[in-house]
Write a new protein. Structure first.
Lengths: 105, 256
């Protein structure tokens, strides 16, 4: 049976990351807390990103708490979870309604 | 329609008493507003800014009053901030003197008991609202303590900063906290997770804390969410009514 997904909209504080991609940081945190088991359970995938430093990641629905808990390692408040949705369409609708898109375009 | 929980960081940025003495009213006001903005940015609706008291001094109440007035000013401007005093002393007589000196000048009072005697006293004294579990060396809760904690609806606090040592999560501390919380969870007492003392205030997303507590400390997620929002708010509101004279004695509320 196909596993259910959740789409997590994340905003990254700009200009703080020079070398690593946000996905690598999140993967590093997952690995630090839960190891390979966590990586396989959460199954993190980047599905959207834009110039406003907003990202949408897909995760396994039953590992939502595992994913949320990794942000305890976010010492510098790099990430801010804006919303978790059940469909990509809704996530994209929320992203397009966030301020700043018109200004960048 | 479900109401969205408004989380309050019960232990936001900490200001030691010596620094509080040096700060001017304007600087203090700025510090409180900055702390509040950081808490809101992290996903909290409000926060309790904290001053730490480690020994008794005659003029203690003057400093705490200054702190509380600055917090009240910020609140009048629309910021959801509260004043909290965190007491860390090693003997009971000193704790009693401090409580008598400052109780009417702050919204929340917390104690971090280092030994059994202080734990027994903190569980029973009505002036104490929050018992903050110290990392590693939390004294055990006895049945009498549990009864009092339950009756008085006190909050048991776990701080994020106590889980870390040198910026790394410390598995021994997590295990120790999980053991300390075993009885508390069984007896359904109120537990909260807050940021705790840090050099630079960097609060985590409250939902991240709740998920972390669910997985690592095995605390019920729905109950923790309720305690971290309505639980704290209820306690603070009660204290504010007591301070304003609307609750002159326990169990009596004056309605106007």
């Amino acid at each position: 049976m196909r596993s259910k997904k959740r789409y997590v909209i994340v905003r990254l504080k700009s200009n703080l990351l020079q070398t690593e991609s946000p996905k690598d940081i999140l993967k590093g945190w997952i690995q630090a807390l839960y190891g390979i088991y966590g990586l396989s359970r959460i199954h993190l995938k980047e599905v959207y990103s834009d110039e406003r430093n907003i990202y949408i990641y897909s995760i396994n629905a039953d590992a939502k708490d595992l994913f949320r808990s990794i942000f305890i390692l976010d010492n510098n408040n790099l990430f801010r979870i804006i919303r978790v949705t059940g469909t990509l369409r809704k996530a994209k609708r929320i992203v397009s309604s966030l301020p700043g898109l018109e200004a960048k375009q | 329609m479900s109401k969205k929980a408004k989380y309050i960081d019960a232990y936001a940025a900490e200001l030691p008493l010596d620094k509080l003495r040096e700060l001017s009213g304007e600087d203090l006001h700025k510090w409180i507003n900055d702390t509040y903005s950081v808490a809101v940015e992290a996903g909290y609706a409000g926060c309790a800014v904290t001053t730490r008291i480690t020994r008794y001094k005659g003029d203690l109440y003057l400093l705490v009053r200054k702190f509380d007035e600055a917090v009240a000013n910020a609140r009048e401007e629309g910021a959801l901030v509260f004043s909290r005093c965190h007491i860390e002393v090693t003997n009971q007589p000193e704790l009693k003197r401090i409580l008598g000196n400052i109780r009417r000048y702050c919204d929340l009072i917390s104690v971090s008991p280092q030994d059994r005697q202080l734990m027994a006293f903190s569980s029973r004294d009505h002036r104490i609202d929050v018992i903050s579990l110290p990392p590693e060396k939390a004294p055990p809760f006895f049945s009498g303590d549990i009864v009092e904690l339950k009756v008085q609806e006190k909050l048991i606090e776990v701080t994020v900063s106590s889980l870390f040592s040198n910026n790394i999560l410390n598995p021994h501390r997590i295990r120790a906290l999980r053991d300390s919380l075993k009885t508390i969870k069984k007896k359904n007492l109120k537990i909260i997770v807050s940021t705790g003392p840090q050099q630079i205030y960097s609060p985590r997303d409250p939902r991240a804390l709740i998920s972390f507590a669910k997985i690592f400390l095995e605390i019920d997620q729905a109950k923790l969410s309720k305690d971290m929002s309505y639980g704290i708010y209820k306690r603070i509101s009660e204290n504010q009514l007591k301070r304003s004279g609307k609750i002159p004695v326990r169990g009596v509320e004056i309605e106007k």
